[in-house]
Unconditional design. Sequence first.
Length: 314
Amino acid sequence: MGAVLVLSSIVFFQYSRTPQGNTNELPKSDKKKVWVAPDTASIPKSKEGDRIRYGRDLIVRTSKYLGPQGLVMNISNGMNCQNCHLEAGTKAFGNNYGSVASTYPLFRPRSGRLESIEKRINDCLERSLNGKPLDSLSKEMRAIVAYMEWLGHDIPKGHRAMGSGLVELPWLTRAADPARGKSIYIQKCQICHGNKGEGLKISIDGPYIYPPMWGENSFNTAAGLYRISNLAKYVRANMPNGATYEKPILSEEESWDIAAYVVSLPRPKKYFRQDWPNILLKPIDHPFGPYADKFDEEQHKFGPFIPIAKATRN
Ligand code: HEC
Ligand code: HEC
C-alpha cells in the first residue's frame, strides 16, 4: 500500500507539472534524444517472441482479429490501433507506445486511480475503438502487453522518452474555427478520409485503407482524440499521412481549425459516469462539464483556451 501511494504520488507529480497533457516531460539530459524503437528483427525466436509478434500484429491489424468480422472475436469498430498509434506504435510523436512499460502503472486523473497497462489498453478499446474490453488474461491482451513491454524495454522505469505521445502545441489565441477547418479538410484530407469522414474500405467487408474520422464507425465521444488539443497535436505531426514532427504539413493554426471541424461532427456517443472523479483535474479542453470554473462547454470544446488556463491554473 505504501509503495503504491509513493508510486502514485511520483507519477502524479509528473502529471501535475504538465496539466495540459504535455506527455513529453523528461529529465533535461534526455531531452535531445528522440526515442527509436528496437528493431523487430531482435524479437527473440522463442515462445515469448511469438507472443510479442502476435501483439504487434494485433496493433497493426486489430480489425482482422477483433473487428466486426474478426477472426478471434467481434469487439471493436473496424479501426486498428495503428491508425492512431502510427507505425505499430513506434513513430516519434505519432502517439507511440515507447514509454508505456516504463510509466505504468500510472495515476490517471480521468479514472482517478492507478491504472495498469491492461486497463489503459481497454480504455482505448472501449473509447477509440468504440468497443468492448479484453479479458486481462486473454491471449490477445497478454500479447499486446508483451509487445509494449518489449518495445519499451530500453527505457528506464519512471522515465518518459522524448517523442512519446503527441507533439506540443501552444494554445491558439482565438477559438478554433470549424468553418476554416472544413475548407482545409476538403483540400487536404477528404481525398483519403472521404467527403463524409467515412474513410475508405478495400471492399464492403474488408479492412479500412483510410480510417473513418467521424460517423458511426469512428472513435466515440469518450475517446482521447475527441479532445481538440489531442486531435490537433496528432494531426500537426502526422497528417496528411506522411507528415512528421520534423516536417509537418499543416501549420499550428490549421491543425487547431481542422480539429475543430472534426469534433463538430457527429460520432458515437459514450459517457462513462466514473470519469474525472476530481473535476479540478479535468483538462481544460474536455468538452463535457461539470467544470470547476465558469466557462461553458462550448468554450471548453473550441476555446479560446487561454482565458480558461489563466483562470484555472495561474
Ligand atoms: C482513434 C485513435 C486511437 C485508436 C484507434 C487507439 N488509440 Fe490508444 N490512444 C489514443 C490517444 C489520443 C491516446 C492518448 C490520450 C491521452 O493521453 O489523453 C492513446 C493512448 C493509449 C495508451 C497510453 C499511451 C501512453 O504513453 O500513456 C495506450 C497503452 C493505448 N492508447 C493503447 C491502444 C490500443 C492497444 C489500441 C487498439 C486496441 C488503441 N490504443 C487504439 C488514441 C487511439
Ligand atoms: C494520403 C491519404 C491521407 C490523407 C490525405 C490524410 N490522411 Fe489521415 N490517415 C491516413 C491513414 C492511412 C491513416 C491511418 C494510418 C495508419 O493506420 O498507419 C490516417 C489516420 C488519421 C487519423 C486517426 C484515425 C482516425 O481516422 O480517426 C486522423 C484523425 C486523421 N488521419 C486526420 C487527417 C486529417 C485532418 C487530414 C487532412 C489534414 C488527413 N488525415 C489526411 C491517410 C490520410
